[in-house]
Ligand binder design. Structure first.
Ligand code: 4AD
Ligand code: MG
Length: 450
């Protein structure tokens, strides 16, 4: 039985077996107290091991970090701090840990724990983070499945650069001496995907409401707390949907995910609220209930200009909003999540729908306090002639992307979608400030350990 199940039973159990890792041991005359955690929940379970029970001769090996199996009874605890504890009838130390075990009882910094990413899931904080990560992934599928969206597995190896930013990792079997691309494994240059959008669009233009959710790779050399070279992205795509409907879905999804986390990860969130981000729970409750703000890019620029703030990147119509601008809008000005829409077309990729003004595209970014951009999306250009012109202007090969323009050639429909950065969402619900601390084994420029 897991510790979570045992504690949830809230009743004595006559015959119980618990396996886990020893957090602490305290020896008294005639017996020992063990505090054990198995990762099923934040709480440890306390066990009383009397001298003389089978296996008790090895109690001195049950040091911090060792693994242990206990059989006994779950009984009401006379002590403070827990309502139930285990009265062991048999104990087995399954794996010892000597005093070089790095996770001793005192708290450790997140930086230190990052260096021992193979052991950090055993710490309270990272146990909470990765249980929440698991639940969040489940909630995402639940949200889309409840709405009847079809889950599509888009390829990880691809020949296309969706975002047109050239931030792709090459996938090749050529060694340094072979230069002819035709000799390469796929007979042409291939890369790790930066987004499943283009491929998922083909499915939206057949199955109507779809989503992809998978690993994504970007070779951007930005060493920030919000960028990883390998991250996960959720990309829904809806046929017969305009930008308005796209923003509606994005906001509904964020609120759904927060409510789900509040409901199913309460114990973990409590720890984040205590030790990571004091304002977390209040913020999550307010974001899950209140309507989000919406403004156009042009309005956002006006607000930023009037703010009197000294930004590192001076604000001017036409520039891409930087994190400092985004955070001012969501944290200082609106004090709530805000969706900015209709960006200048010159700073957006070729696939976005051009608005009637000819200057802006039907793009949107959803910004949240503490992070900035968490979602980027758009209505897609469904008019063949306009798309062709966009491709030309963005130097996109019409031949290589003919399959993409075919969607406009045969039964085109207005359609829209967006991408949610999974880790950014996880940072938002946990309050964890560095993306490296919500990824089991983070990959960032200059770092691919484990
Ligand atoms: O805004 P982005 O680049 O949008 C797209 O890729 C579109 N193709 C999505 C779509 O319309 N289907 O990325 C979407 C989100 C960002 O808002 C951000 O949350 C996250 O992906 N993201 C990253 N997360 C972590 N590390 C990085 N390097 C990220 N780059 C983007
Ligand atoms: Mg973006």
């Amino acid at each position: 039985m897991t510790i979570k199940e045992a504690l949830a039973s809230n009743n004595p159990i006559d015959d119980i077996t618990i396996s886990g890792w020893v957090r602490t041991r305290r020896d008294s005359k005639g017996f020992s107290f063990l505090s054990i955690n198995d990762g099923s929940c934040l709480a440890n379970i306390q066990a009383i091991v009397d001298d003389g029970i089978p296996g008790s001769e090895s109690i001195s090996m049950a040091t911090t970090g060792s693994s242990i199996k206990l059989t006994g009874q779950l009984v009401e605890s006379p002590g403070k701090g827990q309502s139930f504890e285990i009265k062991a009838l048999e104990i087995e130390v399954t794996g010892t840990a000597d005093d070089t075990y790095p996770l001793q009882k005192k708290g450790h910094s997140q930086e230190f724990l990052r260096e021992i990413a193979h052991l950090r899931p055993r710490s309270n904080l990272f146990g909470c983070v990765f249980r929440t990560r698991s639940r969040l992934a489940y909630a995402i599928h639940q949200f889309f499945q409840e709405k009847g969206f079809v889950y599509v597995h888009t390829p990880i190896i691809t020949a296309s650069d969706c975002e047109g930013a050239g931030e792709m990792f090459r996938v090749t079997t050529l060694d340094g001496n072979q230069t002819d691309k035709k000799d390469d494994f796929f007979g042409k240059p291939t890369y790790l995907t930066v987004s499943g959008q283009l491929e998922v669009e083909t499915f939206a233009c057949a199955l109507s409401n779809v989503y992809t959710f998978g690993p994504t790779f970007r070779a951007e050399n930005s060493n920030t707390t919000r960028h990883a070279s390998e991250f996960w992205m959720i990309e829904p795509e809806m046929a017969h949907c305009d930008l308005e409907g796209d923003m509606d879905l994005a906001e509904e999804m964020i609120q759904y995910l927060i409510k789900d986390t509040l409901q199913h990860c309460a114990e973990d969130l409590e720890l984040f609220g205590k030790f990571v981000d004091k304002g977390l729970l209040e913020r999550l409750h307010s974001v899950s209930d209140q309507a989000f703000q919406r403004i156009s890019y042009t309005e956002a620029v006006k607000i930023l200009k009037k703010s009197g703030m000294e930004f590192e990147y001076p604000i001017e119509w036409g520039i891409n909003l930087q994190t400092e601008h985004e955070r001012f809008l969501t944290e200082e000005y609106f004090k709530s999540p805000v969706t900015v829409h209709d960006y200048p077309k010159s700073i957006k990729p070729f696939y976005m729908r051009i608005n009637d003004d000819g200057k802006t595209s039907a793009a949107m970014d959803l910004l949240v306090p503490g992070i900035g951009e968490i979602i980027g999306g758009s209505q897609r250009e469904e008019r063949l002639d306009v798309l062709m012109k966009n491709m030309e202007e963005n130097n996109i090969s019409k031949k290589d992307y003919s399959w993409y323009s075919d969607l406009r050639r045969y039964g085109t429909v207005p359609h829209s979608g967006f991408g949610l950065g999974f880790e950014r969402m996880l940072m938002f619900v946990t309050g964890v400030a560095n993306i490296r601390d919500v990824i089991p084994f983070p990959r960032t420029p200059g770092s691919a350990d484990f």
